[in-house]
Design a protein around this ligand. Structure first.
Ligand code: 6R9
Length: 658
């Protein structure tokens, strides 16, 4: 049965529990009605919940596909996340509750965070960072990552966070693409009891990053900071974070760094994501529009209250970490849990231990994690008191109804609404989601657009589909939409706003979806050459380029295959150069090579050596057939192949290997 068929048969529906609805920020359809009546006015009202230096008078300027929101207003994101809280009763409230993988704990109040962000902003000044400069952040999930991001925002620098699991080459390409001036990293990062040598990785990258003038190194590893065998400090270029912070004082001896006054359209950050070509795209986000939507969605999707303890398990290296660990929750003055390590270290109960320890009330994670919890068994969460949990969230990939029900029963104990939130790096904030006190949920459906957001399903000719399957589009601009792709506006136009000729106002999301009779959306997954492996976006082209970079490889084709835990796994078909023979050792070598080039998340599960790849007469590799092979299906139409024999022999080989 196909995914679509499974979803079409899903008929369970869960209205908001009355006990939840009664106290919810939104317990009826008022917000949806407000958004539908006048989306611009709705977003303007959301924007006015922020603290502006100069209030905006214009809401939206829309010259498709370029939008500007609140363009004549000025503000600073760090003021919205910090200053406005320390002026009031939140001054001593916990902002971040941090737990490291080895078990170390640190709590930073809003005042602590405010002080450290100001100090690090002074450090950035001292390193010569100016408004508009780019700063790369390659850090573990530690409070310094949040401090670094907010300090960039304070001085008006554009941060570019690179996931700590990415390889030196991936880091190098991202730094070079946006010409970062400073890199902030750490000596190491804990993962499953091991220390990942982040600074050593960074040094490899930096050998080919001429734009970097300074490197700031957080001491994360236990032990002496001068442990030269592990961390090399290059005099003049590299600086220990704690030393710079100790000296960070302004002329009057205080720590205050006045926030830069930023236009709403000034850039807040660039974040790289995979697309259909080998080169990652630098997705560019604005200050005012981005913050408006990040803050509004955090408040209403998570029904955020003053006393909540909120935990989003994403990494800060992904957009979910940006919007729902840093900007959205902190703009709302929330208490956020930050955890550094793996969910199964030292035991498979770590997440539930953390939920109990800090009294987590709102928990937001990914389906790939939920499927792992399911596989490990309900006895792990059952060891803990999870009675404080009141709301659960899911993001990153389609959640299968079975995983949804398990989450509902074993984590939510039937009491917590689940918000399945669909959105993307490009959308900046949640776009399709239930409002937990107002929307009845259905297992596997992200339900309906957030107020002020307009979605539609279209066929490839641009015809709208009311009920059934189609391509997902967003049909009106929204404040947190990407503004462009760093250095390549044409690619921005071509990728997102050219799917339907003559309609430069329609945003093409790259996802397929279905809509049911109630207008609910069921996201089916990517329709382009982008894989979603355990919630991480990886372009097939990126993996192919990494493979052909190996001296033994002549040609490579990469496809996604369904995987029980990861959603999708990577299957690669490889032809070898003359003089190289297939072997198990070479297979392992190629898998490691990809992990080294891109990062461990891109390591292929399967590699099949083949004398040839199935191609059309015009020379295009037929990935559809490779997917059929990788997933063990009967082969689809092979009549357009130049040599139908190739694919039959591939299928035999693949099956023999399994
Ligand atoms: C936030 C994030 C975006 C892609 C997106 C889609 C998939 C995200 C989903 C979902 C089904 C959900 N996706 N949330 N699919 N249901 N609730 O993940 O951003 O890393 O850019 O990935 O993830 O395919 O297009 P990003």
């Amino acid at each position: 049965m196909s995914d679509l068929d499974v979803l079409l048969r899903e008929e369970r529906s869960f209205p908001p529990p009355e006990s939840f609805r009664r106290d919810a920020l939104v317990g009826d359809d008022a917000l949806h009605r407000e958004g539908a009546a006048d989306p611009d006015a709705f977003w303007a009202r959301m924007a006015r919940e922020l603290t502006w230096i100069k209030p905006f008078t214009r809401t939206l300027d829309w010259t498709p596909p370029h939008a500007q929101w609140f363009a004549d207003g000025t503000l600073n994101a760090s003021v919205n996340c910090l200053d406005r809280h320390v002026e009031g009763p939140r001054r001593n409230k916990a902002a971040l509750i941090f737990e490291g993988e080895p078990g170390d704990q640190r709590t930073l109040t809003y005042w602590d965070l405010y002080r450290k962000v100001n100090q690090f902003a002074l450090v950035l000044d001292r390193l010569g960072v100016k408004k508009g400069d780019r700063v790369a952040i390659y850090l573990p999930m530690i409070p310094e990552a949040v401090i670094a991001m907010l300090a960039c925002a304070r001085v008006g620098a554009i941060h570019s966070v690179v996931f700590g699991g990415f390889s030196p080459e991936s880091l190098r390409d991202r730094i070079n693409d946006s010409q970062c001036k400073v890199l902030i990293t750490a000596d190491g990062s804990y993962r499953r009891g091991q220390v990942i040598p982040l600074k050593r990785n960074a040094d490899k990258a930096l050998a080919e990053c001429p734009s970097i003038e300074h490197v700031v190194v957080v001491q994360r590893r236990a032990g002496a900071p001068g442990d030269a065998a592990f961390t090399e400090i290059k005099e003049g270029r590299d600086h220990w974070w704690h030393r710079l912070m100790r000296e960070a004082r302004n002329a009057d001896g205080g720590f205050y760094r006045a926030p830069e006054e930023m236009s709403a359209e000034d850039l807040l950050f660039v974040l790289y994501t995979s697309g259909t070509t080998g080169k990652p795209k630098g997705i560019v986000h604005s200050t005012g529009g981005y913050l408006t939507a990040a803050a509004a969605t955090t408040k209403y999707v998570f029904d955020l209250k003053e006393e909540d303890v909120y935990w989003c398990t994403a990494d800060i290296g992904w957009v979910t970490g940006h919007s729902y660990i840093v900007y959205g929750p902190l703009a709302n003055g929330a208490t956020c849990v930050l955890y550094e390590g793996a969910p199964d270290w030292p035991e498979k109960d770590r997440f539930w231990a953390i939920c109990e320890r800090y009294g987590v009330t709102i928990f937001y994670t990914a389906p790939t994690a939920i499927r792992a919890f399911m596989k490990w068994g309900p006895e792990f969460p059952a060891r803990y008191d999870l009675s404080r949990l009141r709301l659960l969230g899911s993001v990153g990939e389609p959640i299968n109804p079975e995983a949804w029900m398990w989450y509902h029963e074993h984590i939510g104990h039937g009491r917590c609404p689940i918000v399945d939130t669909w959105w993307q790096t490009e959308t900046g904030a949640i776009m399709i989601t239930p409002l937990p006190g107002a929307t009845a949920t259905k297992p596997g459906s992200a339900t309906v657009p957030f107020p002020g957001v307009s979605a539609a399903l279209l066929d490839s000719a641009g015809q709208e589909i009311e009920v059934g399957g189609g391509l997902l589009a967003l049909t009106r601009p929204w404040p947190s939409m990407l503004r462009t792709i760093w250095g390549d506006d044409q690619r921005f136009v071509d990728t997102y706003f050219s799917k339907w000729p003559g309609r430069p106002d329609l945003y093409f999301a790259g996802d397929g979806a279905k809509r049911d009779e109630d207008g609910y959306y069921w996201i089916l997954g990517r329709v382009d050459d982008v894989l979603n492996v355990a919630g991480h976006r990886i372009g097939t082209m990126e993996v192919e380029s990494a493979l052909v970079d190996h001296p033994a490889v002549a040609e490579a084709a990469v496809v996604g295959k369904a995987h029980e835990l990861k959603g999708q796994a990577i299957a690669a078909f490889v032809t070898l150069r003359a003089g190289h023979a297939p072997s198990g050792a070479l297979r392992d070598e190629l898998r490691d090579h990809v992990a080294e080039k891109i990062g461990p998340i891109a390591r292929p599960d399967d590699i099949l050596f083949s004398a040839d790849l199935p191609k059309t007469r015009s020379g295009k590799i037929m990935r559809r057939l490779l997917r059929d092979i990788a997933e063990g299906r009967a082969l689809g139409d092979t009549t357009t192949l130049a040599d139908p024999g190739v694919v039959a022999s591939l299928k035999d080989q693949y099956e023999a290997q399994e």
